[in-house]
Design a protein around this ligand. Structure first.
Ligand code: SAM
Length: 287
C-alpha cells in the first residue's frame, strides 16, 4: 500500500502535539514510551513481513506511531490499548493521518494480559507490537497461547529480554521465557533499537524478536500447562540439578528422578541444558 495509501507517519512534532492535546503524562507502570521516528516504525513493519493478507494485532498502540506504519502495509489492524485516553483518541488520529485506511482499523479498550479472541471484532493472523516493557513476556505468552491464529509475532522488548527470549540451551540467559517461546515455534533476534527514537527516552536499549509459529506440540491447553509447569519448576532453582529442582514438583527427589528417567533425561543435569522437547516429554510423564 505504501505511498498510494496516503498514510502520514508521526514525527517528534506530531507526538509532542498529540501528547500536549491529550495532556498525556507517560507512566512507567504502563511502560509508556512512544516512538517518534518514522524509520524505526517502518523497519519494524518491514521486519515483521506482514502484507495485505494479514490482520495485525497490535498491543499498546499508544499515540499511533506503529499503527500508522502498519496501515501502510497490512490488510487490517486491530489494536488493544489499556489506557482509555489513548484508546479514545486513536480513531481520530487514524482518520487524520490515514484517511483511506480508517475503515480497516479497530481499537479495543482492553488489557492485553487477559484479552481473548471473542473480545476482538476480527481474527488476527500476526502480532506486531512495541510491548509495554514490564509485562512484555506475560503478554507475549498469553497471546501466543490464546490466539492460535497468530502465525507470526514481531515484538519490540527490552534488549535483555530479547536476548533471553531468543537464546538457546546452554547459555546463561536461557530460562523460562526462552523455553516457553520455543514451545510455540522458532524464535530469533530481529534487530536492535536505540533509546533516542522514544519519548520519553527509556534508560535501556530495545530489541526486536520474531516468533514463527510451528505448533510442533499442538495447541492443547492441558499439554501446554503440563509442559510449562515442568519448565517453571526446573528454573525456579536453576543452580540445582533437575533431580533437586523438581523434588516438590514431583513429590520427592526420588519421584523426580523416576520422572526424569522416564522422560529420558539425566537427573544430574541442570535445566539450562535442556531443550523444549525435553520439557515436553517431562510434562507428559504421569506424576
Ligand atoms: N505502540 C506505541 C509506540 O510504539 O509508540 C506505544 C508503545 S508503549 C511502549 C506501550 C503501550 O502499551 C502504551 O500505549 C501503554 O498504554 C500500553 N499498555 C500498557 N500495558 C498494557 C496492557 N496490559 N494492555 C494493553 N496495552 C497496554
Amino acid at each position: 500500500m505504501t505511498e498510494s495509501s496516503g498514510v502520514r507517519l508521526l514525527g517528534p512534532a506530531e507526538i509532542r502535539g498529540l501528547a500536549a492535546e491529550l495532556d498525556v503524562r507517560p507512566t512507567k507502570t504502563l511502560g509508556q514510551n512512544f516512538v517518534h521516528d518514522a524509520n524505526t516504525v517502518r523497519r519494524i513493519v518491514a521486519t515483521s513481513g506482514v502484507g495485505p493478507d494479514d490482520v495485525v494485532l497490535e498491543v499498546g498502540p499508544g499515540l499511533g506511531s506503529l499503527t500508522l506504519a502498519l496501515l501502510e502495509t497490512a490488510g487490517r489492524v486491530v489494536a488493544v490499548e489499556i489506557d482509555p485516553k489513548l484508546a479514545a483518541r486513536l480513531p481520530q488520529t487514524i482518520a487524520e493521518y490515514a484517511p483511506a485506511r480508517a475503515a480497516d482499523f479497530d481499537v479495543v479498550l482492553a488489557d492485553a494480559l487477559t484479552v481473548m479472541p471473542d473480545d476482538l471484532p476480527v481474527t488476527p493472523t500476526a502480532l506486531v507490537a512495541n510491548l509495554p516493557y514490564n509485562v512484555s513476556v506475560p503478554v507475549l505468552l498469553h497471546l501466543m497461547s490464546q490466539f492460535p491464529t497468530l502465525r507470526t509475532a514481531l515484538v519490540m522488548v527490552q534488549a535483555e529480554v530479547a536476548d533471553r527470549l531468543a537464546t538457546g540451551p546452554g547459555s546463561r540467559t536461557y530460562g523460562v521465557p526462552s523455553v516457553k517461546a520455543r514451545y510455540f515455534g522458532d524464535v530469533s533476534r530481529a534487530g536492535a533499537v536505540g533509546k533516542n527514537v522514544f519519548w520519553p527516552e527509556p534508560k535501556i536499549e530495545s530489541g526486536l524478536v520474531r516468533i514463527e509459529r510451528r505448533d510442533r506440540f499442538g495447541t492443547d491447553a492441558i499439554h501446554r500447562a503440563a509442559t510449562f509447569s515442568a519448565i517453571d519448576a526446573a528454573f525456579a532453582q536453576r543452580r540445582k540439578t533437575m533431580r533437586a529442582a523438581l523434588a516438590s514438583w514431583a513429590g520427592s527427589a526420588a519421584q523426580a528422578e523416576d520422572a526424569l528417567r522416564a522422560a529420558g533425561i539425566d537427573p544430574g543435569i541442570r535445566g539450562e541444558r535442556l531443550d523444549v522437547d525435553d520439557f515436553v516429554r517431562l510434562g507428559q510423564v504421569p506424576r
